[in-house]
Design a protein around this ligand. Structure first.
Ligand code: PEP
Ligand code: MN
Length: 453
């Protein structure tokens, strides 16, 4: 394949490996550099997972969301795992996202841009490099692309072969999602395909079914007048993950014949996590040179003086669709921390898509040792986010959620009012607590009520 010359949009002093000259936080220690080099070389020879055409189409779609023409729904597990790469887990997660988007399309009366946290969400930042249990200290679990969760020296060793396995599991996931969507799984004429068995018992089932019936009615009405509308039979689905493990991302950073510049072709929409967003750090260095649309998580400690230079570094030309800022402040902090950021970005006239992540600022531990989140705090942060944006004259253009299509009990509250003692019943996450199917659907309904009120 002929390699294109570096495009004008690629900074002259940038290369896919230039991040290695900066401090890279949250990376594992690989004990054998030769083994790592062999694995990344193999990874670099394998086909990419997405195409530059799709990446640029998403950037265009995000530009439209920035202008208020659509709303972003981004969601999935905190971390995928290799053992959860199964047919029911993938299809249930897709179903819940499709159902939520149906609720939102219906209520918001605008298109919903669907982006999964999947097909590559295998690397996790950790608060400490090591973990000690009963006097034994081992490296922390950093996600399946790095090591395994079991507390043994063998499991916790950073294994470069896992880079290859993560690519393979991402490809399996992508392949299945693409096949389901191409096969009509997401056809708006057949939302019954997406019913999850246990929704029947949900207090929200009646409201949801009524919405589906009303969508079916309007669809039939429009098609009676206009004939079959093909776009209702197909939806687009894009992928995203935290591009944390830079050896993996670098190996999948490619040039293509038709579009100049470099693309991260492991995903459509990579994001920088809160812990790795330092202006002079390796992650910002890596991200500034790729042409994908990108997102940055913005936590409560970020000031306007930090945010504006970060935006200059990541989107110097103020390109439409390029930059999404995902604020994750916490229900208690958002009222104080968000307004100065919104004012600064507005004052500078910068173009961004503002998205709320109401999950990561609301994590707490229960007295019985579970990491959980209260539905009321998640809802409270989202409610406030809509109001704060309205007051600032900015627009909340999307939500970023951790959720699963499984019937887990990881977050407290919601329509069934899960309590602390319910958590042990079906707590499956090895990292952050996720909304279950019902809590996710409930949140989608609340988003609609809030944003049209
Ligand atoms: C995450 O999205 O799982 C995560 C770690 O988020 P943050 O970087 O916002 O803490
Ligand atoms: Mn998380």
């Amino acid at each position: 394949m002929a390699i294109q010359p570096t495009s004008p949009s690629t900074p002259v002093d940038w290369s896919p490996a230039s991040w290695q000259q900066r401090e890279a936080l949250q990376q594992p220690h690989y004990d054998d550099p030769a083994e790592l080099a062999a694995a990344t070389a193999q990874l670099a020879s394998l086909p990419p997972l997405v195409t530059s055409w799709e990446v640029l189409a998403l950037k265009q779609a995000l530009a439209e969301a920035q202008d208020g023409h659509s709303f972003l729904l981004q969601g999935g597990d905190c971390a995928e795992s290799f053992t959860d790469c199964t047919s029911p887990i993938i299809s249930n997660r897709l179903k819940v996202l499709l159902q939520m988007s149906l609720v939102m399309v219906h209520g918001l009366k605008k298109p919903v841009l669907r982006v999964g946290r999947f097909a590559g969400q295998y690397a996790k930042p950790r608060s400490a490099d090591t973990e000690t249990r009963d006097g034994l200290t081992l490296p922390s679990f950093r996600g399946d692309v790095v090591n395994a969760p079991a507390f043994t020296a063998e499991a916790r060793r950073a294994d470069p072969q896992r880079l290859i396995q993560a690519h393979a599991h991402s490809a399996l996931t992508m392949n299945f999602v693409r096949a389901l969507i191409d096969g009509g799984f997401a056809d708006l004429h057949h939302p019954e395909y997406w019913d999850l068995a246990w929704v029947e018992h949900s207090p929200l089932a009646a409201e949801y079914r009524q919405m589906v019936a009303s969508i079916g009615d309007s669809l039939r009405f429009m098609e009676t007048l206009a004939g079959p509308i093909a776009s209702f039979s197909r939806v687009d689905f894009f992928t995203s993950h935290e591009a944390l493990l830079l050896h993996y991302e670098q190996a999948l950073t490619r040039q293509v014949p038709r579009h100049p510049g470099w693309f991260n072709l492991s995903t459509h929409f990579p994001w920088i996590g809160m812990r790795t967003a330092a202006l002079d750090g390796a992650h910002v260095e890596y991200f500034r040179g790729i042409r994908n649309p990108i997102a940055v998580k913005v936590g409560p400690s970020v000031t306007p003086e930090q945010l504006l230079p970060l935006m200059d570094a990541l989107n110097p030309d103020d390109e439409p669709g390029r930059l999404t800022l995902v604020h994750r402040m916490g229900n208690a902090a958002i009222a104080e921390r968000l307004p100065p950021l919104l004012d600064a970005v507005k004052r500078e006239g910068r173009r961004v898509l503002w998205v709320a992540d109401p999950m990561h600022g609301n994590t707490e531990s229960t007295s019985n040792g579970y990491k959980t989140r209260r539905f009321d705090n998640i809802r409270g942060e989202l409610d406030q986010a809509f109001d704060i944006h309205a007051a600032a004259g900015t627009r909340l253009g999307g939500v970023h959620l951790e959720l699963t299509g499984e019937n887990v009990t990881e977050c407290m509250g919601g329509a069934r009012d899960l309590s602390e003692s319910d958590l042990s019943r079906a707590y499956k996450s090895t990292v952050d607590p996720r909304l279950n199917y019902e809590q996710s659907l409930e949140l989608a309904m609340l988003i609609v009520r809030k944003s049209v009120s």
